[in-house]
Ligand binder design. Structure first.
Ligand SMILES: C[S@@+](CC[C@H](N)C(=O)[O-])C[C@H]1O[C@@H](n2cnc3c(N)ncnc32)[C@H](O)[C@@H]1O
Length: 215
């Protein structure tokens, strides 16, 4: 069975356009067979983008991991002036993301990467609608692995449905991040923001290494 994350070079092409309207602005994306949510913007991705836009984090650097045809990273570059980097394993999705960046007139860095394998540098925000169909362990690699690519006060933003294991993912992430908040909920989708407070981590290390009595 074909999945949206497999590379099938024999797959025929049927380009289509998708319009996305936010406030006064309408952005047009080109999509195709063989990519995630090829006919419409995914509800979870839309909720993630709009929650982020309301947080008004303009001008920061972001990494959209598992970018598909680029809806998340390119919309934020266009509407929130983020410096966006987009990665995916699906070559067709990456080609579409390049086309969409050009059409939207945004400068973004777009390249192939198996999760973080080819990613270098650090980002103020890593944002993702992770590929649930690849299985729980791969999804956790998206979420846990983000920690190594975040700046000191950087944040991981992701969307997950309650019935696709959001609560158990959050429970596992408590070992990695010091602060985890569900910042939006709609139709069973959660928008989750994780960060690590550097000072808090230092405190915890001191607390356990130095012995609780010293506090
Ligand atoms: C749920 S889709 C989200 C796509 C896009 N961000 C959106 O919101 O429309 C997840 C994406 O992750 C990509 N993906 C799957 N496995 C991956 C991996 N190992 N490394 C990078 N991307 C991967 C898929 O190709 C797919 O485009």
């Amino acid at each position: 069975m074909e999945h949206y994350f497999t590379n099938n070079t024999n797959l025929k092409s049927e380009l289509r356009t998708i319009n996305y309207t936010y406030g006064e602005q309408t952005l047009t994306f080109t999509s195709d067979l063989g990519v995630f949510s090829k006919d419409k913007i995914d509800f979870g991705s839309r909720l993630l983008v709009e929650t982020f836009l309301r947080a008004k984090k303009s001008g920061i650097s972001i990494l959209d991991v598992g970018c598909g045809y680029g809806f998340i990273g390119l919309t934020l570059a266009k509407l929130s002036n983020t410096v966006s980097t987009l990665v995916d394993v699906n070559k067709r999705a990456l080609h579409l993301a390049e086309m969409n960046a050009k059409k939207l007139g945004v400068k973004s860095t777009i390249y192939e990467s198996d999760i973080y394998t080819n990613v270098t540098g650090k980002f103020d925000c890593i944002i993702t609608n992770p590929p649930i169909r690849t299985g729980k362990e791969t999804v956790m690699q998206f979420l846990i692995g983000a920690k190594d690519y975040l700046t000191e006060n950087g944040e991981l933003w992701f969307v997950m449905r309650k019935d696709q294991g959001a609560k158990s993912a959050i429970a596992r992430l408590h070992d990695i991040y010091t602060e985890i908040n569900i910042v939006e909920k709609s139709k069973g989708f959660y928008i989750i923001v994780c960060k690590s407070c550097w000072l808090y981590s230092v405190f915890l290390v001191q607390f356990y290494i130095g012995g609780r009595d010293s506090f």
